[in-house]
Ligand binder design. Sequence first.
Ligand code: ASP
Ligand code: MG
Length: 460
Amino acid sequence: MKVIKIGGGCLKGKKNIGHILELIGKRGRGNIFVVSALNGVTDILIDGMSKALEDEGNIPGIISRLKSKHVLIARHLISADKFYKKFVRDLSRTLSEIERLYYGLNFTRELTPRMRDVISSFGERFTVELLVSALRCRGVKATYRMPHKVGLLTDGKFGDATVNLRKTRRNLQTHLGPLLKEKMILFIPGFFGVSEEGDITTFGRGGSDYSAAVLAGAMQADILEIWKDVPGYLSADPKFVPEAQLIPILSYDEAAELSYFGAKILHPRTVEPLRTAKLNIAIKNTINPDAPGSLITPGSPRSKNFIKSVAHDTDIGILKVHSSGVGARPGVLALVAGQLTESGINIKSVVTSQTCISLLLELKDLESGHLALKSLRPRPFRRLEKIEDMSLISIVGEGIVKGKGIAARCFTAVAGCNVNVEMISFGPSRVALYFLVRNRDLKNAVSAIHSTFFSVPTHQ
Ligand code: ASP
Ligand code: MG
């Protein structure tokens, strides 16, 4: 049995979705599909919340956008009147539930984390209803189960929930096992679960990958397949490096590092539920489903030159906290990190020296992070600096920390194109080396490193 996750990126346009439906019909019997919202739908739901707060007059427009997005696809894929009408009826019922939630928001003037999670979870629910109706209309046996009805249990942390794997395994085996025996095509919406208190809790943006991994681990699947609109992991971003190569095989840790800072192919926590079962993950391209793609395994053969990929992330904002002796004075880091966490800001990474703590944030959080730290009393720092025009480069590969001369080769390449390296982190991760460069130097640095390590194709 396979668990197959279908990403929102490929659930786009009636032609593509029609093609995916055919693939499901051909390869789906007895397997579990975990699906994302149709492309753009989660964004509409989330933007809708601030629009609804602003003015209730915005609400009908949001609802009709959601409706027309799904109806347009349904009209194309569900040809029989009976099935089409039922789909539209169910859709309208769910939409009026969402409409009530938006009016509630406007009335109470308050967007709670609970409300945010409930509203953003609806996209995935629409997708399962759409795909199941379309398959049934073609005479294919398909059904779905909602995560909150089958006990996909979380720790209750809104927006960033973690699954209780032990209890969830038991619940899912009870509820889903019999359906699989009947060789059904079974759909589960990704992205959310339910807390012990009965609240819908999401796993953060892109969290359907994590849902799929939970299902694969809990149901002891043979493999987790992730269907996407890209061929797999590449040795660099092809926009910068046109000769970038597909990475045929990589380890859990390499994939996790690349998910965090580099190519956003997977949700960073996808490998967690798979570690004990040691399941493999195959990244498949829906446009070319028989191509090998990338395979992620618990360990992976070390590549000859150690490096699998040169990734980069431009969504980086840096807060530099200058204070003498931060390395020796206890508590400064805890104070600063505590203040950011309280303001709901996620710290992507930290680099410290004796005189400065550098906090890497998402760009969107830089301004509010800066304000949050400025308001700390008494001030635990001398000066606060905010930097927005930098990007992070990471070179990733098993054994990179042990391989001799890798850092030297990397920085020689960067220096060779006259690029200044601003901050380096090497060692905290066993499989990655990180550093920062100015945005204007990013492209040159990435392609120089790539040609140093990949000029001969040795990473097979
Ligand atoms: N639809 C959700 C998002 O856009 C979850 C996912 O697609 O994985 O973040
Ligand atoms: Mg995704």
